[in-house]
Design a binder for this molecule. Structure first.
Ligand code: GLV
Ligand code: MN
Ligand code: MN
Length: 396
C-alpha cells in the first residue's frame, strides 16, 4: 500500500463538511457536503481504473472487472460526526483496490453506502441495496425535520446510473474504527469482528394539552415532557430484569412542541433505540417499551403513537473471511490483536444477506465516536489497511 496516498485522501475527504471543531465533520446523507464528497470519491474511483456506478439511493460503487471482492463503508456522517466513521473504510478500500491493481493482486471493488448513519432509517442505503427494505418503503421514512427520503433523494438524481448487481461480488470486507473503548484500553492495534449486534429503533409521540405554564395547576396538566420523563424512569426500572451488561438503550432525539419556557408542552416526539446480540431479548424489550408507554399514556390521559419499528438482526461474520483477517492481523500486529463483537451497527449487517461478510477494527482514541473529538493514531489507520492488503492475499 501507499500510506502517504491513503492518508492524503483520508484527510481530503475530511474537508467536505469540516465542522471547524477538531477534525469533526457535518456531512449527513444527501446534504450538500455529502454529495460533493461523493462526486470527489467518484473521481478517485475512476482514476483508480474502477467503473463508477450510483444506484437510486445514492450508494456509490467503483467497480472492478467481475468477479471481485467488495470493500468499503459509508461517507455520510452523523449530524455531529467524526472524520473516520465510515470514511476510513471507504478510503482504505480505495487504497487496497489501487495497490492490488498495481501489484497484480485480486480484483477489488469499492463502495460508499448512503445514509448509514440513519438520517432516515437504520443503515438505509445498504438496507435498500440488500433488499432488507424496499425503495418504496424507504421513501416514506422522514428525518427529524419531517423531510421524506423520496424528496431528499432528488439531490443525487443527477448521479444515478441504475441498480448495481450484487452477484458480481465474492464477499464484502469493511474496515472501521472500533468506536468504543476496548482496543484503546488494551493497547491492541487490531480487532477482528466476530459478530454485530442487533438493533430496534422507533419514533414515539406523547400528545397531551398545550397550555399556559403559569396558570395551569400541576394536577390539571397533560404535559408531554413529564410523560417522557416518567416513561424513561419506569423503563430503566423494568429493563433491569431483562438486560445484560452489554445491552444498551438510548433516547437520543427529543422534540418538544412548541419548545418554549412558558408553555406546558403539548407534544413530545422522541426516538427510542435498543441494541443487543440476542433476538429474543430485543423482542422482550420491545414489549416492555410498548407496555410502559401505554400505561403512562393511560394514567395521564394522553395520546400515544408509535412510528414504524425499524431493526436489524444480529449477524455472525463469515468464517473464511474472518480467518483471512486474523492471518493478516497476525502478520502486521503479532500478538496485538483480538477477536471482538461490534456494538455499533454497520453496512456489513445488510450486505450479509447477499454474500459472506467480515469486518476489521482499529482503535478509537479514548473510545470516542459520534462526536467531533473522534480520532485514531495514524500508525493504527495504516496498520488497518495493511491487514486488509495481507488478508486479500491470503484469500487469493
Ligand atoms: C452506526 O453508526 C450506529 O449507530 O451504530
Ligand atoms: Mn460507521
Ligand atoms: Mn456511525
Amino acid at each position: 500500500m501507499n500510506a502517504e496516498r491513503f492518508l492524503n485522501d483520508l484527510n481530503h475527504l475530511r474537508s467536505f463538511g469540516a465542522s471547524g471543531v477538531g477534525k469533526g465533520v457535518v456531512r449527513p446523507a444527501y446534504s450538500e457536503p455529502d454529495i460533493a464528497a461523493r462526486k470527489w470519491l467518484a473521481e478517485r474511483f475512476a482514476e483508480a481504473g474502477l467503473r463508477v456506478e450510483t444506484d437510486e439511493m445514492g450508494n456509490l460503487f467503483g467497480l472492478a472487472d467481475a468477479p471481485s471482492l467488495l470493500m468499503g463503508s459509508h461517507s455520510d456522517s452523523q449530524p455531529e460526526g467524526g472524520w473516520l466513521d465510515g470514511a476510513l473504510g471507504v478510503i482504505a478500500a480505495l487504497e487496497v483496490a489501487r495497490s492490488s491493481r498495481e501489484t497484480g493482486g485480486p480484483a477489488i471493488s469499492v463502495v460508499s453506502f448512503q445514509d448509514e448513519e440513519g438520517r432516515f432509517g437504520v443503515t438505509t442505503g445498504s438496507a435498500v441495496w440488500a433488499g432488507h427494505l424496499s425503495l418504496a418503503e424507504a421513501d416514506l421514512l422522514t428525518d427529524h425535520a419531517g423531510i421524506p427520503l423520496v424528496q431528499a433523494r432528488h439531490a443525487i438524481a443527477g448521479m444515478v446510473t441504475g441498480p448495481v448487481d450484487a452477484t458480481q461480488f465474492q464477499g464484502f470486507i469493511e474496515l472501521h474504527i472500533e468506536q468504543g473503548p476496548t482496543l484503546d484500553q488494551s493497547g491492541e492495534q487490531i480487532g477482528v469482528v466476530t459478530d454485530i449486534v442487533g438493533i430496534r429503533d422507533m419514533k414515539m409521540t406523547f400528545e397531551g394539552q398545550q397550555n399556559h405554564a403559569g396558570t395551569t395547576p400541576m394536577h390539571l396538566r397533560k404535559d408531554a415532557f413529564q410523560a417522557v420523563s416518567a416513561f424513561n424512569t419506569a423503563l430503566n426500572e423494568r429493563f433491569r430484569n431483562v438486560v445484560t451488561p452489554s445491552t444498551v438503550w438510548t433516547v437520543g432525539h427529543l422534540s418538544l412542541h412548541p419548545n418554549a419556557s412558558s408553555i406546558v408542552p403539548g407534544k413530545a416526539v422522541f426516538s427510542m433505540q435498543w441494541r443487543d446480540g440476542d433476538v429474543d431479548r430485543l423482542s422482550r424489550m420491545e414489549q416492555i417499551v410498548r407496555n410502559t408507554a401505554e400505561e403512562i399514556a393511560q394514567e395521564r390521559d394522553m395520546a400515544l403513537t408509535f412510528g414504524p419499528l425499524l431493526g436489524l438482526e444480529p449477524v455472525v461474520m463469515d468464517a473464511r473471511l474472518r480467518q483471512a483477517l486474523m492471518r493478516g492481523a497476525q502478520d502486521i500486529a503479532p500478538g496485538e490483536w483480538r477477536e471482538m463483537p461490534s456494538g455499533a451497527l454497520h453496512d456489513a449487517t445488510n450486505v450479509s444477506r447477499l454474500m459472506p461478510v467480515a469486518m476489521l477494527f482499529v482503535p478509537s482514541i479514548g473510545g470516542i465516536s459520534h462526536a467531533f473529538e473522534e480520532d485514531t493514531d495514524e500508525a493504527d489507520l495504516v496498520a488497518g489497511v495493511s491487514v486488509l492488503v495481507r488478508a486479500i492475499r491470503h484469500l487469493a
